[in-house]
Ligand binder design. Sequence first.
Ligand code: MN
Length: 465
Amino acid sequence: MDKIYFIVGSQDLYGDECLRQVREDSEEMTAFFNENLGSSAKFELLDTVVTSQTCLDDMTKAQTDPDCAGVIIWAHTFSPAKMWIKGLKEIRKPILHLCTQAGERLPYDSIDMDFMNLNQSAHGDRELGYILTRMNIKAMTVAGYYKNEKILKKIDKFISVAKAIKASENTTVATFGNNMRDVAVTDGNRLSCEIKYGWEIKYWGIGEIAEESGRVKENEVAEKMKEYSEKYTMATDNIESVKAQARYEIALEKFLSENNCSCFTDNFQDLHGLSYLPGLSAQNLMKKGVGFGPEGDYKIAAYSHVLMEMSRGRKGATGFIEDYTYDMPSSGELELASHMLEVPPQFAAGKPEIKVYPLSIGGKDDPARLVFDSVEGRGIQTTIIDLGDKFRIICADVELVKQPEPMPKLPVARVMFRHFPDFETGIEEWIKAGGAHHSVLSTALTKEDIELFAYFTDTEIVTIG
Ligand code: MN
């Protein structure tokens, strides 16, 4: 379970009685957070910051604990911020600066100087905010009574982004084969990815999977076929083609797990030793949170994995997609998004069907894939591009819609969506910003989530909507 450390600032000028009360209030708040946000993370209260050393100890603990996703800081009393400097220099994890108070209301009848000194967040949080700004440290600033639903929602948003950043730092992409020949936007600087986001981009030949799939046992295939037939409708007689996907998936799962990878890419131009392009196998893996990038797109493999992690526990679907074709009636233009095979089944409106058709490019045997129409609803489309000297995230509002007519001859799963504020602006801005044809679609995440991720990772962001 991911942890969030709660670090509360005070000082020793007001005496032990005051510090006892600070502790008691902080414990009560920690318990409240665990009660109300406990499904997202476990909150732990660290020692009250009263000196430079306690702050340094707290921040070092947060930074070095592998389970800690981020910290929430708050000044209960006035907490002179010079004592925060050494500690803040140690922390590189996401920080939420909570500007709140232990009690909701002022006790008008009894308020005196002691009460004001004890409940001095209005003062202390300004001092703390100044030093964050002075040290150029990024923090999400949230102000309001901590029990308010609105504040809890903001804290929850912070937790999901902090967890996603933690996942990002632990993301390794297995790239089987290289970037698709001649394609620009999927390529880039792998080293920059690791320095900026922690993504380790590791190369292997697809022959590794070919060999591994040759070692898969018949009982393992039978078990995987059972999984397929439970989750999906078998709409083909070509069981051999489906079994091949079962073998690929088992081989991929083993290989990724042995090499501590949470994402992979392949390339239809480089399938040496495989008779089919992984279709159903890649789709079923994406449903399990594995990041996938076709045509060697390691950025979208990692980004989709990170965003799937961000969306954990929320309603809605998140996954890879590719911009394909437009439908442009004057009554309202739509876009048809899909891929050669690999559309994630989390977008399926009904039970997906396993079908086998020839692959239009690549010259391999007819691969099994899941075919379905998509769910409807508001969401976002987002991508990340490498501009040589920096990365850019682009995030646009979209609405997934029911496809206006059936498409009986389209052999792949598909998603149709509307752009915002309108088709022209949505498309023009995406293209002017250099937005890729590979992206992540989500009905679970919001633009605010992506903006927060971009903020904490210091990535330029273009939003459209
Ligand atoms: Mn593609």
